[in-house]
Design a protein around this ligand. Structure first.
Ligand SMILES: NC(=O)c1ccc[n+]([C@@H]2O[C@H](COP(=O)([O-])OP(=O)(O)OC[C@H]3O[C@@H](n4cnc5c(N)ncnc54)[C@H](OP(=O)(O)O)[C@@H]3O)[C@@H](O)[C@H]2O)c1
Length: 313
């Protein structure tokens, strides 16, 4: 594995990224990135983000526990490098540990005392990566808000296409929305910048960045769906779901309560200044993913064939 991954790398996702040398989308990027956790339901969108900012498939090492699945073979055909490993067995990663120079971790935006176990787990990982001297010197935690891609899933899209967007929040509550593709774009850019500035090898730098491309209320999200699909959609605050979750699914209720009350803020204007052209609004997301094409399903968005891999790669 050591040879395969060369002298630098990064893991993404619910683990990491890393890298070396590079600048913006027009420049040739010279480092490799190890992408962890991107073979799941939304991860390929992050890979697309890395391609957007100039990485080539052969620079992207995609970690999976099972490289023999059809999707994996398709990724290999497209030129990506597959690494078969299991994070439950750390020994499979030991060989490459010393080569990792930076990590970008896909985390979750939330204020202290948010009360959501899933988010706490991510913040605990952040803390280990940022404060443990054993981990690479550059650690960036990109804290996502609600993934726009989630709205494509089977539990949401069909009902929206019938004209109703069920979201258990009142009509004034605004939610931050994040494109997974932007998470990949930002991760690639962060790693490239660190590499380009050749930061001091001995000092540790850590940073937390909240990521979102839009801040919208339920009715505003529903209106955007209506415009994209060419027929109206209205927001429905399904209080029944809140009640049902409270009584039966404590973890789901934690998440609902969180989106109803979280005071966490993301500064979209500052983010756009720092990452010009890389932050996607909700309308742009709906256009880009062809929301209005009623024949498309979530799988169309998340399969290897959906990747836009430039010809000259
Ligand atoms: N912000 C939001 O709105 C939002 C919404 C949904 C999800 N999320 C977050 O997004 C992340 C993933 O979501 P998802 O729906 O894409 O998940 P998923 O479909 O369950 O994918 C899990 C990924 O993790 C990898 N993985 C799991 N166990 C592993 C192990 N032991 N060793 C190595 N790789 C392992 C899987 O790789 P292989 O199967 O190929 O081995 C796969 O790539 C989660 O952290 C979740 O909390 C955020």
């Amino acid at each position: 594995m050591k040879n395969a991954v060369s002298n630098t790398m990064a893991l993404w996702f619910f683990l990491v990224f890393s890298l070396h040398c590079a600048v913006t989308r027009c420049h040739a990027l010279s480092d490799n990135i190890l992408v962890v956790g991107a073979t799941g339901t939304t991860g390929l969108r992050a890979i697309q983000g890395l391609l957007d900012v100039g990485y080539k498939p052969h620079q992207l090492f995609i970690l999976t526990r099972n490289a023999s699945r059809t999707h994996m073979k398709q990724l290999k055909k497209l030129g990506f490098c597959l690494i078969q490993a299991d994070l439950q067995r750390p020994s499979s990663l030991v060989a490459m540990h010393q080569d990792v120079t930076s990590i970008v971790y896909n985390s979750a935006a939330a204020a202290k005392d948010h009360g959501v176990k899933r988010i706490q787990q991510k913040h605990d990982v952040e803390s280990i990566l940022m404060h443990h001297s054993k981990y690479p010197r550059h650690v960036t935690c990109l804290r996502a808000n609600l993934f726009m891609e989630e709205l494509w899933k089977r539990y949401t899209r069909p009902q929206i296409l019938k004209g109703e967007y069920p979201l258990p929040v009142n009509r004034w509550r605004k939610l931050y929305l994040t494109s997974v593709r932007d998470m990949g774009r930002l991760a690639g850019t962060v790693v490239a910048r660190e590499s380009a500035f050749k930061q001091d090898a001995r000092s540790k730098s850590t940073r937390i960045v909240n990521v979102a491309g839009d801040l919208l209320s339920g009715p505003q999200i529903a209106r955007a769906f209506g415009k994209a699909q060419g027929f109206p959609c209205r927001h429905v605050n399904n209080r029944e779901l809140t009640k049902f979750a409270k009584e039966n699914f404590p973890e789901l209720y934690e998440q609902i309560h969180f989106i109803q009350t979280s005071p966490e803020k993301t500064n979209i204007r500052t983010l756009k200044k720092e990452f010009p052209g890389l932050i996607t609004s909700f309308k742009e997301f709906l256009d880009e993913t062809k929301w209005g094409n009623v024949d498309l399903e979530f799988d169309d968005l998340s399969k290897p064939e959906s990747l836009d891999v430039p010809d000259n790669m």
